[in-house]
Design a protein around this ligand. Structure first.
Ligand SMILES: [Zn+2]
Length: 245
């Protein structure tokens, strides 16, 4: 087992805390971009092959931000995790970015910080180029002001740290989109996990919801160590609609 600073096996960010585990078949990672997780080497390779590493990074970061401890990610659990990935459109990512600034804003007029090198997974962006583009879009839409004014050009000099102030128009925009579920494409299904209903889920609800363009979610789908009632409440809040049976 070795404990050293090396690049993150998912997002490749340099100098993160990466510990090799299970006779070098797995990693235990604390990454500024992705958050805290354990993953097998095979799962990292699979994520890379499927080109979902950036989404995995965003998913792990989301769990870390909500203080959820994720069980070790394996090739098998990766499949379930992938099924729960949202497919955000550009405008939805811009709203997510506004939400990040809003959550870090202490009072109207406050300039909240983000780090483009570490924070792009918060908006499910592929990397800092996409995050910079999204930031630029918020500027063009007058929803955000950057500080210092030369903001985007100075980024490389400030180690990726940048401050943003939500404008009056920005607050109006946030007010209009106050309900998080507006942008979600998740559908929460509340049903028994009894084996008798397995086919109702696998051949009925799951494909039907998928075909309608939504991501079906049942609390047994994603591996989690959370209290189940909290998990359910969270998922319902994050869903566009509910299916009860
Ligand atoms: Zn990472």
């Amino acid at each position: 087992m070795s404990n050293n600073q090396q690049s993150c096996p998912i997002c490749s960010l340099d100098k993160q805390v990466v510990e090799e585990k299970d006779h070098r078949n797995a990693f235990s990672v604390i990454c500024k971009c992705c958050g805290e997780f354990k993953i097998t080497k095979l799962a990292t390779k699979k994520a890379e092959k499927l080109k979902i590493s950036y989404k995995l990074s965003a998913w792990i970061r989301k769990q870390t931000e909500s203080a959820v401890v994720i069980p070790k990610i394996t090739e098998n659990s990766l499949e379930d995790i992938e099924r729960s990935f949202p497919n955000y459109r550009v405008l939805e990512k811009q709203l997510l970015l506004m939400n990040v600034f809003e959550s870090r804003t202490e009072y109207p007029g406050h300039r909240a910080s983000i780090n483009v090198e570490h924070d792009y997974p918060l908006v499910w962006a592929t990397g800092l180029d996409e995050l910079e583009y999204l930031l630029q879009s918020l500027l063009q839409r007058d929803l955000l002001k950057l500080s210092p004014e030369e903001g985007m050009n100075a980024l490389r000099l400030t180690g990726g740290q940048i401050k943003g102030m939500i404008t009056a128009k920005g607050w109006e925009y946030l007010e209009e989109h106050a309900r998080a579920s507006v942008i979600s494409n998740q559908a929460f299904v509340a049903m028994s996990f009894s084996p008798k209903l397995k086919s109702a889920w696998e051949d009925g609800f799951y494909p039907a919801i998928k075909t309608a363009g939504f991501n079906p979610c049942r609390t047994d789908m994603e591996p989690h160590n959370e209290r189940i009632d909290l998990k359910i409440m969270n998922e319902i809040k994050n869903s566009r609609f509910l299916v009860l049976m």
